[in-house]
Design a protein around this ligand. Structure first.
Ligand code: CA
Ligand code: CA
Length: 242
């Protein structure tokens, strides 16, 4: 009897796994939250961010004494499959940028190896080795889906490792908020073996507008005094939730 029960239970488990797989066409689906990771959907609704446990998210708010005020806050968290970013703009600032048909380029700045002497040493207090460059708006007054090019800092210049349209990143915006997802496996397949994203990594975001590539903000930032005159802040340290 016990053996039959075990067989039935195992059959039920296998069926459950099969159903999940069929739902997703056999692939991992970024919008499914059945995995033991972080339950976020890239859908332009931000209630899911509010529902996250605070200990899984790192964040930075704009320092009122920084040289910038266009971005109010960024948040970041990561699970085994994805890295997630949340951006909250100053309402008036983003309205003005969209009305002026800016494309709002951003650079996700990432350091994966905990080593800060190589890479790019500007705009944050630690150097970073990778950027993902793409735009948040379509240049016609609307947020657009985020896509981007992955670059690595090599010998003093940025070298493209992965072009857009590769599903490396996705993003949706609404109102004055925007959320982004980064696929870790694609990132790690593109970068050198000794710089793959591990359980801990460091990140920040650079924001542009005001005629294309005018500096809108860097996040995290600090007061001009604390940042030794430039307002630069420390990159966020992100620990993967498993
Ligand atoms: Ca969402
Ligand atoms: Ca580094």
């Amino acid at each position: 009897m016990k053996r039959i029960f075990t067989f039935l239970a195992m059959t039920a488990m296998i069926l459950a796994v099969s159903c999940n797989k069929d739902d997703n066409g056999g692939k991992k689906d970024k919008n499914k939250d059945e995995k033991a990771g972080i339950a976020l959907k890239i859908d332009g609704n931000f209630d899911d961010w509010a529902a996250l446990k605070t200990e899984v998210v790192v964040s930075a708010k704009n320092d009122p004494n920084s040289p910038w005020d266009a971005v109010s806050e960024i948040r970041c968290c990561a699970d085994a499959d994805f890295v997630y970013y949340y951006i909250k703009f100053n309402k008036e600032a983003v309205k003005e940028q969209l009305e002026n048909n800016e494309t709002l380029p951003i650079r996700l700045c990432i350091n994966t190896d905990g080593e800060f002497t190589s890479g790019y040493a500007n705009y944050f207090l630690e150097a970073y080795d990778f950027i993902i460059e793409g735009a948040l708006a379509d240049g016609e007054g609307n947020f657009t889906d985020y896509d981007g090019t992955l670059h690595q800092r090599v010998d003093g210049s940025w070298t493209a490792l992965l072009e857009p349209n590769n599903n490396l990143v996705a993003g949706k915006g609404e109102g004055n908020e925007y959320e982004i997802l980064l696929a870790r496996e694609l990132f790690n397949n593109a970068v050198p073996a000794d710089q793959k994203m591990g359980d801990e990594f460091y990140t920040g975001i650079r924001f542009y507008g005001n005629g294309g590539w005018g500096e809108l903000s860097n996040m995290p930032n600090s007061s001009v005094e604390e940042g030794e005159g430039n307002g630069w802040g420390h990159l966020l340290k992100v620990t993967t939730v498993k």
